[in-house]
Design a binder for this molecule. Structure first.
Ligand SMILES: [Zn+2]
Length: 174
């Protein structure tokens, strides 16, 4: 960034007093612009033994498959964000269960969280950010056309856990 969003003066990239990292600091009003990781929350919705995936209608990774997920908004919980995104992208309202994966993308300044979620009916559809939404058996998951590594890893671990008969929380670093 170049200019302060509060007073429009130039900002400089310096270590503020008492800090140990470089920050953008306004040269006039001295506002410090902290930049912190962003949280992406989503669901791993299942119906029977099938998993609900969305084909992305938007960049990045347009045309590739993903679990419904998106950036958390201010004022909501991670659970609310996961359910909101699932409705927006897949018009599905599953019953939210436990947290399944916490994916740290330290190089991208993001954390991706996926909750297990049970669909009580096969009601879903394509939201504006999805080209297609579909239920997949494990054998038909389009592994070569997955949008994000976090989704691939989360699904792989889900199927492993399911085979072993016990779901556990996974911490995955990228
Ligand atoms: Zn300023």
């Amino acid at each position: 960034m170049k200019h302060c969003s509060h007073c429009s003066a130039l900002v400089s990239f310096i270590v503020p007093q008492g800090d140990n990292r470089h920050r953008y600091v306004c040269s006039s009003c001295e506002f410090i612009f902290y930049e912190n990781p962003r949280i992406i929350a989503g669901c791993l919705p299942t119906f029977g033994d099938k998993v609900l995936l969305c084909k992305r209608a938007i960049e990045p990774r347009k045309g590739y498959w993903t679990l419904p997920a998106g950036f958390m908004e201010n004022g909501e919980t991670t659970q609310e964000a996961a359910l909101r995104e699932t409705y927006e992208e897949a018009y599905a309202s599953p019953q939210l269960n436990e947290l399944f994966s916490v994916c740290n993308l330290a190089n991208y300044n993001q954390v991706h969280l996926f909750y297990l979620a049970k669909m009580t009916s096969a009601q879903y559809g394509s939201g504006p950010e999805s080209l297609e939404v579909e239920l997949f058996e494990e054998a038909n998951i389009p592994w070569d056309d997955m949008a994000f590594g976090t989704v691939t890893q989360t699904l792989q671990r889900f199927f492993e856990d399911r085979k072993n008969g016990a779901m556990q929380l996974h911490h995955i670093d990228f």
